[in-house]
Ligand binder design. Structure first.
Ligand code: SAM
Length: 254
């Protein structure tokens, strides 16, 4: 019996209906190549493996990785990697267009999302389970009190769709919070080049460092007041009122 490690956010899905619902929304096909982050004891891996062409799973827990390797020893389309996903060079393992799936460890979910945002691997889509509160933040519109740096960063790069909420009762052990399942589809040609992308990231980070400040104050060393005025019209505005498109536009003039 596996002893669940709190430090690795190990809450395992035990409800078949939720697993079926997830697979239904992911809609895997036999030519697909998948990356699963945090497979745990294989709740999503099992139903996925026979439906697709190739699967790489990255699991930090060594005991679980050994268990997964044993369980799937007869499947030649799966690679089990025992590693911290945050410390691995994904490019080394992923050369083709990949679909990402995972019931993410909530304690490092933000880092994993930023890792995927920054990664050079070609992603077809991402289906992930996160804390509900985090999905609400990611999908919040400007002006909403949940709207923040992660909403702008993710919405600029992906089409965001919250799929459904998941009760704590379908996990073992039960987490304290509700979860949500979401789909992210990368947008094409958001930035002119890498410099534009990097400037966008810097501007968004800077603006939300002091979200109570007007952006004419927080961004004054990065972009001229004239440009702010030209793009936004009102330089007294605060960051949570700006759309990701306005940040993308401003980043052209940094
Ligand atoms: N996919 C399984 C499920 O749905 O039942 C397990 C999900 S559990 C919420 C998160 C999993 O991620 C655990 O198996 C945990 O050991 C693993 N994990 C935690 N931190 C990780 C990291 N940094 N890199 C890779 N895996 C990690």
């Amino acid at each position: 019996m596996h002893k669940h490690k709190k430090s690795l956010s190990q809450n395992f899905l035990i409800d078949k209906n939720v697993i079926i619902k997830i697979l239904d929304r992911v809609s895997p096909s036999n030519s697909d190549f998948f990356l699963e982050i945090g497979p745990g004891d294989g709740a999503l891996t099992y139903p996925l493996i026979d439906k697709i062409s190739k699967l790489i799973v990255i699991e930090k827990d060594q005991a679980l990785s050994v268990k997964l390797s044993d369980m799937f020893s007869k499947n030649n389309n799966i690679t089990v990697i025992n590693h911290d996903v945050l410390k691995i060079d994904l490019n080394k393992y992923i050369k083709d267009r990949v679909r990402v799936i995972g019931n993410l460890p909530y304690n490092v979910a933000t880092e994993i999302i930023f890792l995927l945002l920054d990664s050079k691997i070609i992603i077809q889509d991402i289906h992930i389970m996160l804390q509900k509160e985090m999905v609400d933040r990611i999908s919040a519109p400007p002006g909403n009190k949940q709207y923040g740096r992660i909403s702008v960063m993710v919405q600029a790069n992906y089409e965001v769709k919250k799929l459904f909420d998941i009760s704590p009762n379908v996990f073992e052990p039960k987490p304290k919070v509700w979860s949500s399942y979401m789909r992210l589809i990368p947008k094409k040609k958001v930035f002119i080049d890498e410099t534009h992308k990097e400037n966008f990231r810097k501007l968004v980070t800077l603006a939300f460092l002091s979200r109570r400040k007007m952006i004419k104050t927080s961004l004054k060393d990065s972009i001229s007041l004239n440009e702010i005025h030209h793009i936004i019209g009102d330089e007294k505005i605060r960051p949570e009122q700006l759309s990701y498109n306005q940040f993308i536009e401003m980043a052209k003039y940094v």
